[in-house]
Ligand binder design. Structure first.
Ligand code: PEP
Ligand code: MN
Length: 362
């Protein structure tokens, strides 16, 4: 059920309607839009009796939402969600393309500093990197844990990058929410419903990756889990799905981008690294992702991929990342979009900090 307020409705009227919904034992989700506020109602097993709400001052109409996802739907919010970050001009879902880049795993302080500098200099906005790694084999590198989060926080301080990193369980989610700017929920956890609910109670935006065999509706329902707990800052991510094709690690389903955009107001990114598993396919598919209308990329970059502790074969090298940044700027321009400079990229602050790096890290 969805209450659409009139465009002239006052904040007090919105509050009154929310109070009324809560008094019925339901949850109200006021979602302000460009024209008017809509209030999503969740917690109801069946249809809510619209009568009493329809008559309240400021209410335009009460609509039944027939789709299984409600808060995620464009029905509740016709305009795109734009996610902002405190003390940063970087946004996700607006006119500007966002680029998240970095190693698959945070391996050491030195490695993170080297790659952080590369990402920042080339114009990336986020350092990506796993401190908690969901690995197929229990004998593979599992990540540095909290130490990895501390290293990422240091990279943020030094290079002015935002940081995004994966939470794999409730314990790591709380730590990730403390250290990072954005909480990543990986493909393997897309339907870990208790983790999704926990992310929904966190105060940081969530990057939700598509499960490796998830349908569009399953992805949107996973986002609904996060939003139903009150966290409306969710970004979706296409990272490839399992198919019979064996020329790539996964099949990158770029048609998901316009399909999501038709149904949902949430931003969507593309991961051409996990989506292909092959370094030589990351740039072409990264370019295609921007051309198809994605709000940005998350891409694996490593200065020494042959010795990476995870996903070396799909990690692009620094020169390729620079090329990708140049190419996507040109493609973005065709679509009347842009790629903003990261905070410190052109500033003297970065230059001063970079020159203070130990020689081995430069
Ligand atoms: C990752 O981004 O490092 C990762 C593990 O991705 P996914 O969950 O898409 O496999
Ligand atoms: Mn990886």
């Amino acid at each position: 059920m969805l209450v659409v307020m009139r465009s002239q409705a006052t904040e007090e009227q919105v509050r009154d309607v929310c109070r009324k919904i809560e008094s019925l034992g339901l949850r109200a989700h006021p979602i302000p839009g460009a024209q008017r506020t809509a209030i999503g109602i969740t917690g109801n097993d069946g249809a809510v009796e619209p009568g009493s709400l329809e008559e309240m001052p400021g209410v335009g109409e009460v609509i039944r939402v027939s789709k299984p996802y409600k808060l995620v739907s464009r029905d509740i919010k016709p305009d795109n969600t734009v996610i902002k970050f405190p003390n940063s001009h970087v946004t996700i879902g607006g006119k500007d393309i966002v680029v998240m880049a970095g190693p698959c795993s945070i391996e050491s302080r030195e490695q993170a500093m080297i790659i952080g500098e590369i990402v920042s200099r080339a114009g990336g906005h986020f350092l990506r990197g796993g401190a908690y790694k969901p690995r197929t084999s229990p004998y593979s590198f599992q990540g540095l844990g909290e130490e990895g989060l501390k290293i990422m926080a240091e990279v943020r301080e030094r290079f002015g990058l935002l940081i995004v990193t994966e939470a794999v369980d409730n314990e790591s989610l709380d730590l990730v929410a403390d250290y990072a700017d954005m909480i990543q929920i990986g493909a393997r956890n897309m339907q870990n419903f208790s983790l999704l609910k926990r992310a929904g109670r966190a105060r940081k935006p969530v990057l939700l990756k598509r499960g490796m065999s998830a349908t569009l509706e399953e992805l949107l329902m996973a986002a609904e889990y996060v939003m139903s707990e009150g966290n409306y800052n969710v970004v979706l991510c296409e990272r490839g799905v399992r198919t019979f094709a064996d020329h790539t690690r996964n099949t990158l389903d770029l048609s998901l981008v316009p399909a999501v955009q038709r149904l949902s107001h949430l931003p969507i990114l593309v991961d051409p690294s996990h989506g292909t598993g092959k370094r030589n396919k990351v740039l072409p598919m990264g370019r295609a992702a921007i051309a198809v209308g994605a709000d940005g990329l998350i891409v694996e970059v490593h200065h020494d991929p042959d010795h990476a502790l995870s996903d070396g074969p799909q990690s692009i090298v620094p020169a390729q990342f620079e090329t990708l940044m140049c190419e996507i700027k040109q493609i973005a321009a065709v679509l009347q979009r842009g790629v903003v400079a990261p905070v410190n990229q052109a500033g003297s602050l970065l230059a001063a900090q970079a020159s203070s790096l130990p020689a081995a890290a430069r």
